[in-house]
Structures are given as structure tokens and as C-alpha cells.
Ligand binder design. Structure first.
Ligand code: ATP
Ligand code: MG
Length: 431
């Protein structure tokens, strides 16, 4: 990391709520704030969760403050009026200041209650006007509980912000009230990173790393993060500090020839979107014959906008009788080779291409498990058939089949098969 990067102000995140610890709710506030603060130019260093308890909140604040000296602590949750919401009390205990009723806030809450036709403010809702003495309030654009902001008394102290737990309220307040406040407080110390996301498929992360790392001079200060999934490996390139953009451009230029065979898109794109785009560029239409994926590939493809230009449709031919009736696979072929085989995959691809009138037919037939495997054809064996006019050598007509073996359970095998098919269609239609 470059020297400039180390001067970014530190940020820590605390999400408060019993439900987060019990596993009843997944914490979405923390990750969302992590992205927001990183983009704003902070270095997010830790993220914790605690339950709705005054001692727990107090203890967490004390320990977390020390993790971000001169930076910011952002917490969410527990600002509501009910007995289980005790963040206010926790903060007051931590800072050693009393809770006081704020007359102006009380008035605003009463006005809001009347405006909404709820009449007088209820006893519980009156609690919302209790704020730790000296707190700055953050306006809640979509709810009633305001957020709280505490500026540090000295430079090495930590600025602390408390936002509501309801994700919609938290986001609105973070964007409209917290962020402007942080920009004012940290001004020129903020350094948003330059980042580029590149989507790759067909190469595991370890091999990608062995390929890319030696070609990336450390002096450029560009970091690569590898994020593998069943769709492939997403690469996040980031450069921090002075001249980050130029260093990033240079790094990507150097890596271009190494990345080109595996890259299929940029951040924000999807595997199916890239496949639809590849077909559109090649001017080819596609028809599918799916067995073990049961229409998953068709569903995935039709999720991509613009799919109608290139996707004719698909046949889910699960039972052998339908492979015969709908795709014209002969009983002899099925008898001789079995449904999960190269010859049957080819016959399915050819059958669907001709019957649905597409340029390219693709078939998937495999053993997704957990049963149905054999020594000869273990669970995870999947055959892909391709038929039609493919680009490449002279745009010739071909019928081919490829066997693959995918690890994992039924779900994983089917998903891997879908991604493999999407990738192969991209590769086979590349000009
Ligand atoms: P309220 O006034 O609604 O009580 P609050 O600030 O007290 O607001 P909480 O009581 O902590 O917020 O949570 C309100 C709702 O928001 C709950 O349904 C909770 O599960 C959800 N929620 C709270 N924190 C998170 C989080 N970190 N991620 C996702 N959802 C959350
Ligand atoms: Mg609550």
C-alpha cells in the first residue's frame, strides 16, 4: 500500500440488535455502510455486532473507539422507542453524560404524530425525544427516530454516529445527513480508492494469481482481490492515493494480454448478459435442450435484457421419452450410450437446433445426484452438446460434445453446469 493510502481516516462499524446475533436477521446495514464509507474515502478496518443490552453496547463502544483513533465509528439499530431499544442508554453510559428530553425534538415529534393522524404522541414515542446531552441530531427523512452524532473533543478522538436499524431509514439518513457531515469533518483527509472490477471465468483463482502477480510491478501500488464464485472469479483492482487512476490504467494495460482469454465483463455485468451480448455481436440465435438443469439455463438467459434478439427458446427434456419425442433422439442411441453421453448430447443439440430453427443448439445432460451415479458415470458428470454455425474457423457447421465433471451437491452441480454452458457459448461465438 502506498504511503498516501495509510493516511485515510479509519472507520469501524457496529450493528446493534439481538436478532443479528440469534441469526434471525442477516446484517445488511454493516456491508452497505462498508461500501459507502470506502467509496467516501475511509479505510474500514473492523465490523462488529452486539445485542440490545446497555453493558454490551457500552463495552463495544469503548473497545471500538480505540480501533479508529481520529476516525469514525458508525453504529446502527436500537434507536426506537420500545424497551428492547437501548442504544441511547448505552451511548450515554459510555460517554458519561445524561439523557435529556429535547424540547424542540419533542415538538417536532408531536407535530409529526398529528400530521400523520395518530393524535397525541404516545408515552413510548415520547422516549424518542430523549437524547444524550450535547449530541448533534441527524434528520430522519423517512422515519421518526433521529440519528445521533458526537464530535470528538480532541483530534485523536473518534467521531461517533448512531443511525436507525431499519435499513431503509438507515440508508436515507446515511446519504442525506451522515455523509455530508463526514465530508465536512474529514474534508481533505478522504481518499476514495480507484477501483475496477473484472469478471473472469474458466480459470481458478490460484492460477489467475500465478499469472497476474508476477506481471504487476509492486511500485504501481495496485492491489488485486480475488472473489471466486460458481460463475468464475471476480477480480477487484484497487489503487489508493496520489495518481491512483494513472497507475491503475498502467497496471491494466500490462495485464491485458494475460487477462483477455478469461475476461468476459466488467463490474455490474452478469455472465448471462455477457453471453447474450456475445450472441448479438455474432448475429447468432440459440436454442436449448436441457435435461439435468431443468430449464435453469433458459431462466438465467432470459433474465438478461435483450435476450429476445438471440434466444429462440428451450426444451426441458428430462425423461428419455421426451428426448425422443421432442428432440428426435433415437431409442437405439439412448439404449446403446445412455442419456448421459456424448452421442445423446449431440443428438439433443442437433434436434433442438433444427426443430426450434436456431443457428446454434446447445444441450446439457448429466448426473446431478445424489443418486443415479455409477463408477462409469459418477455424480457430477455432465455432457454438453453443441450443434450449428459457430464462429471461429470459417463459421463452419459442427456437431460436438464435451464431457465435464463438476464437484458439489445437486444444486451446485446444476449451477456449475449453467455457468459452464454460458461460458462456452461466449467462447464459441467469439469472432
Ligand atoms: P425502530 O424505531 O423501528 O425500533 P431501531 O433503530 O430501534 O428502529 P431496530 O429496532 O434495531 O431499529 O431494528 C428495526 C428493524 O430493522 C428490525 O426489523 C431489524 O431486524 C432491522 N434491522 C436492524 N438492524 C439491522 C441490520 N444491521 N441489518 C438488517 N436489518 C436490520
Ligand atoms: Mg427497535
Amino acid at each position: 500500500m502506498s504511503a498516501a493510502a495509510r493516511t485515510r481516516p479509519l472507520a469501524v462499524l457496529l450493528t446493534i440488535g439481538d436478532e443479528l446475533l440469534l441469526g434471525d436477521r442477516v446484517d445488511t446495514n454493516g456491508p452497505w455502510l462498508g461500501r459507502l464509507l470506502t467509496d467516501a474515502g475511509f479505510e474500514v478496518v473492523e465490523r462488529w455486532s452486539v445485542g440490545d443490552s446497555v453493558p454490551a453496547i457500552r463495552g463495544a463502544l469503548a473497545r471500538m473507539e480505540a480501533l479508529a483513533p481520529g476516525g469514525v465509528l458508525v453504529a446502527t439499530g436500537g434507536l426506537g422507542p420500545t424497551d428492547d431499544d437501548c442504544t441511547r442508554q448505552g451511548v450515554a453510559a459510555h460517554l458519561g453524560i445524561p439523557l435529556e428530553e429535547d424540547p424542540r425534538l419533542l415538538q417536532a415529534l408531536e407535530a409529526r404524530s398529528r400530521a400523520r393522524g395518530s393524535g397525541e404522541l404516545s408515552r413510548l414515542n415520547r422516549r424518542l425525544a430523549l437524547v444524550p446531552k450535547g449530541a448533534e441530531q441527524l434528520t430522519n427523512p423517512v422515519g421518526s427516530a433521529p440519528g445521533l452524532l458526537f464530535h470528538p473533543s480532541e483530534g485523536s478522538g473518534t467521531l461517533m454516529a448512531f443511525l436507525p436499524g431499519v435499513p431503509r431509514e438507515m440508508r436515507a439518513m446515511a446519504e442525506t445527513a451522515l455523509l455530508p457531515g463526514l465530508r465536512r469533518a474529514f474534508a481533505h483527509r478522504l481518499h476514495p480508492p480507484f477501483e475496477r472490477i473484472i469478471l473472469t471465468a474458466g480459470q481458478p483463482e490460484s492460477l489467475l494469481a500465478e499469472l497476474l502477480e508476477p506481471a504487476l510491478p509492486p511500485s504501481l501500488g495496485v492491489r488485486i482481490q480475488y472473489r471466486p464464485s460458481l460463475a468464475g472469479v471476480e477480480l477487484r483492482f484497487s489503487a489508493e492515493g496520489e495518481g491512483g487512476e494513472a497507475r491503475m490504467d498502467e497496471a491494466l494495460e500490462r495485464l491485458e494480454p494475460l487477462l483477455a482469454p478469461w475476461r468476459y465483463g466488467w463490474g455490474g455485468e452478469t455472465p448471462e448478459g455477457a453471453t447474450v451480448l456475445a450472441l448479438r455481436r455474432a448475429g447468432l440465435t440459440l436454442a436449448l435442450a436441457e435435461s439435468c438443469t431443468g430449464g435453469l439455463l433458459a431462466s438465467r438467459l432470459t433474465a438478461a435484457p435483450g435476450c429476445s434478439k438471440v434466444f429462440q427458446g428451450g426444451v426441458v427434456a428430462y425423461d428419455n421419452s421426451l428426448k425422443e419425442a421432442l428432440l428426435g433422439v433415437t431409442p437405439e442411441l439412448l439404449e446403446e450410450h445412455g442419456a448421459v453421453s456424448g452421442p445423446v448430447a449431440m443428438a439433443m443439440a442437433e434436434g433442438v437446433r433444427i426443430r426450434l430453427g436456431a443457428d446454434l443448439g446447445l444441450s446439457i445432460t448429466g448426473v446431478a445426484g445424489p443418486g443415479g451415479g455409477s463408477a462409469h458415470r459418477p455424480v457430477g458428470t455432465v455432457w454438453f452438446g453443441f450443434s450449428g454455425f459457430l464462429l471461429g474457423e470459417n463459421r463452419r457447421a459442427t456437431i460436438e460434445a464435451e464431457p465435464m465433471f463438476f464437484p458439489g451437491d445437486r444444486d451446485e452441480i446444476r449451477t456449475r453446469a449453467v455457468h459452464y454452458a454460458l461460458r462456452r457459448v461466449r467462447e464459441r461465438t467469439r469472432g
